[in-house]
Design a protein around this ligand. Structure first.
Ligand code: ZN
Length: 416
């Protein structure tokens, strides 16, 4: 495997470039390694393999010619740091032999983490090799032709970056509907690189630090900063939160079966009873999400509501989730929940004729129709942090293609 070539100067002696996973092949930096000549006399010969599902590691070693007692030694040495039950086919092992005798064993857990056992006179010695990553913020540009994914496909791991961007703008842009041909994307994103003797090799994208979407219909920008709790969050250039403080729905895919009404004939109680919430038909065990950050007021059996969860949010808002099949782990009275966190699963407990979620909402103690609420953006940048935030925006927007966002939008419209 070529990963071995990347992280250890001495290991690449035994590398066989014929075994290369396809996503690595696209990486031109890695290709460089082929052009380096091996020193004239490699002293250690390497034999490599990967974990296979259904094949016990012990048997693999025996098949590779390692004596049973040495295999047991390898397992004993690794066990405190490596869980063999969680081994994956992406984990690679190599056996290093000198004059036919096993002198080293390495286990690549990821491109940035490996364990090495050296067999010397004093018995096996375990070493952990962490490959240091270097993170560099870099600008990525894209132009929409047909989709967001297409616009970033020229980037290695462009699909991952597209998903990250979609999450940043999730409240403003529907990336299936809104993009128009010619829309421009600029993303200032952290890129992590593995440092090798031959230079930096791209490993993965980190946080998006800032982004702009300049569209034919509308334009948006995002800057990563800290919210009032000191948690990372995205804001536009004015310091307004990009996140609405309440999700549109507690289910990912919804089908409304009964709306909020003050008069409704109740099929089980056989009388007119207001329906103070929205019913969503959904299969049993569909995950139910907290629509906003908050605290659990109650979680458990609650009469006709069945297994129910009630949450308290800021702005004197309470939300209710009834007829659950079960409550998610860790959701207990007093525990904190994040927006979008799964708090339970759809069921048919309590007064319910079919599996569904009853979702209720109270504002300042009064039931309201959740579907009729216009939710506010999350809290803006805290006022005492505004000077820092403004400085950040000024600094970052200089790195974007053209001046301030307003200017570019105006120019774009002129040219059409
Ligand atoms: Zn209901």
């Amino acid at each position: 495997m070529r990963w071995l070539c990347v992280f250890s100067g001495f290991l690449w002696l035994g590398c066989n470039s014929s075994v290369v996973s396809s996503d690595l092949e696209a990486n031109t930096d890695l290709e460089l390694i082929d052009t380096i000549e091996a020193p004239p006399e490699p002293v250690i010969e390497w034999q490599q393999g990967q974990f296979q599902s259904g094949v016990v590691f012990f048997d693999q070693m025996i098949e590779a010619g390692v004596p049973a007692n040495t295999t047991q030694e390898i397992i004993d040495v690794l066990r405190p740091v490596y869980d063999f039950r969680k081994s994956q086919t992406s984990h690679y092992w190599s056996l290093g032999r000198q004059d036919g005798e096993l002198v080293a064993f390495t286990l690549d857990v990821s491109p940035i983490l490996a364990y090495q056992i050296s067999f010397g006179e004093d018995g096996p010695v375990l070493e952990r090799n962490d490959v240091p990553l270097r993170t560099i913020p870099e600008m990525v540009h894209g132009t929409i032709d047909s989709s967001l994914f297409g616009a970033l496909q020229h980037e290695d791991q462009g699909a991952t970056l597209a998903m990250k961007l979609a999450r940043v703008f999730a409240w403003d842009i529907d990336f299936y509907q809104d993009p128009r041909k010619g829309d421009q994307i600029e993303i200032l994103v952290e890129r992590s690189y593995i440092e090798t003797d031959d230079g930096l090799v791209f490993y993965e994208f980190g946080e998006i630090l800032a982004a702009r979407y300049v569209g034919a219909r509308e334009s948006y920008d995002a800057y990563l900063f800290e919210d009032e709790d000191g948690d990372p969050a995205y804001f536009n250039a004015k310091g307004q939160s990009l996140i609405r403080d309440v999700l549109r729905s507690p289910l990912k895919f919804q089908r409304i079966t009964s709306k909020f009404t003050n008069r409704r004939f109740h099929p089980i109680l056989k009388k007119n009873k207001p329906h103070r919430g929205v019913d969503y038909g959904a299969p049993v065990n569909t995950p139910v999400m907290a629509v906003a950050k908050g605290k659990v007021i109650s979680a458990g059996r609650n009469g006709g509501a069945g297994i129910a969860v009630e949450l308290q949010h800021r702005g004197q808002m309470v939300t209710q989730y009834f007829h659950l099949n079960k409550i998610a782990k860790g959701v207990k009275r007093g525990s904190a929940v994040k927006q979008g966190q799964v708090i339970g699963y759809v069921g048919q407990t309590g007064y319910a004729t079919a599996p569904h979620l009853h979702f209720g909402m109270k504002l300042r103690g009064k039931y309201v129709d959740p579907l009729r609420q216009k939710f506010e953006p999350g809290l803006p940048v805290p006022s005492h942090r505004m000077p820092d935030f403004t400085a950040l925006v000024e600094n970052l927007s200089e790195q974007f293609g053209v001046g301030s966002m307003g200017v570019e939008v105006a120019e774009r419209q002129d040219s059409q």
